[in-house]
Design a binder for this molecule. Structure first.
Ligand code: SAH
Ligand code: DHB
Ligand code: MG
Length: 309
């Protein structure tokens, strides 16, 4: 604690190295600290008074309180990290990035269109996220991919397209209606329903289909994408471990959910499941893990990235 060292040189950062010589202003810094402290107190009273439950840790309020004061009260009360007006900006930036980085693709667009027409929930990964998953698969040279949570097969198409000739992707989906839409989308993509097509969709609750995969000796997989019901992510991790080898990459979607993950008292099954997932990761000696918070057209969320050691 307190002696953060440069990861590469092992040097401790010094106050001098953090500020240009001749720019130290002790008096102003003291004043700033007083103002910051005052703003923090106001924010704490405001948050505790209005939000009521101790959903927001004091340490969090102390750090971000003054910034909250600059935001509209309704946005703050709607929840920590709520997209609010920022969502418009995040969506616009996503559009800008996708416009430059993602080629127009009739098959992916048709998959989105048919998923919407079938009234599937519009909760698939964004195009930028789908391409990131595809690039992860390419980076590890994945030949076998497992996806838990197919929906309309949008992320499935991104991932399956990373596979080399002879590669395989197994995707698991509980909802028959979602599976039906996904099959059509994957067939249109040429990834299913023809000889040698790489994708296999298994219908049923993942807590039933995952043990089947283990029993059949399918795997090990090179990349596993956990994106089904968040309630069971801790259990999915245990099954994923059994379907892994050293070096398998596991990506778990939606692990931040607008900051709600912070609330230890939450009764929301999704939040509880996500917190249990992180506890399971922390208790699992066989993985190295990180997590990245994201903003996007899908608001404020994040994904966890694990490598099996
Ligand atoms: N990966 C998709 C989105 C998946 S949404 C994409 O980005 O394109 C989550 C999906 O998980 C939904 O289709 C839902 O029906 C499915 N699901 C929910 N509970 C499940 C369970 N117990 N087993 C398998 N799938 C489940
Ligand atoms: C939601 C988003 C997801 O990516 C997902 O897998 C499930 C639900 C959502 O925004 O509700
Ligand atoms: Mg998801």
């Amino acid at each position: 604690m307190g002696s953060r060292r440069d990861a590469h040189t092992g040097d401790r950062p010094t106050s001098v190295s953090l500020r240009r010589a001749g720019t130290r202003r002790p008096r102003q810094w003291r004043l700033r600290r007083v103002l910051w402290g005052f703003a923090s107190s106001v924010a704490q009273v405001w948050a505790d008074g209005e939000v009521g439950e101790p959903t927001i840790p004091i340490s969090y309020t102390r750090t971000w309180g003054p910034i909250w004061l600059l935001r509209s009260k309704s946005t703050m009360l709607a929840g920590m990290g709520d997209a609010g007006d920022d969502g418009v900006l995040w969506t616009a930036v996503d559009a800008y990035l996708a416009d430059h980085l993602i080629a127009k693709d009739d098959v992916l667009e048709a998959a989105l269109r048919d998923s919407e027409a079938a009234e599937l929930p519009p909760i698939q990964v964004t195009a930028l996220q789908g391409k990131m998953l595809q690039m992860f698969a390419r980076m590890v040279g994945a030949r076998r991919i497992l996806e838990v949570g197919t929906l309309g097969g949008y992320s499935t198409i991104w991932l399956a397209r990373a596979l080399p000739e002879g590669g395989r992707l197994v995707t698991l989906e509980a909802a028959a209606k979602h599976a039906a839409v996904a099959r059509r989308n994957l067939e249109r993509a040429g990834l299913m329903g023809i000889d040698g097509a790489p994708v296999e969709l298994r219908e049923g609750p993942a807590l039933e289909t995952l043990p089947q995969l283990v029993a059949e000796g399918v795997g090990p997989f090179d990349l596993i994408f956990l994106d089904a019901d968040k309630e069971h992510n801790a259990e999915y991790l245990q099954w994923a471990m059994r379907l892994s080898r050293e070096g398998t990459v596991i990506v778990t979607d939606n692990v931040v959910r607008e900051g709600t993950v912070l609330n230890p008292a939450s009764e929301d099954a999704v939040v509880r499941g996500t917190r249990r997932f992180f506890e399971a990761v922390a208790a699992e000696p066989r993985v190295s893990a990180t997590a990245i918070q994201t903003v996007s057209g899908k608001k404020y969320d994040g994904f966890a990235l694990l490598i099996v050691d």
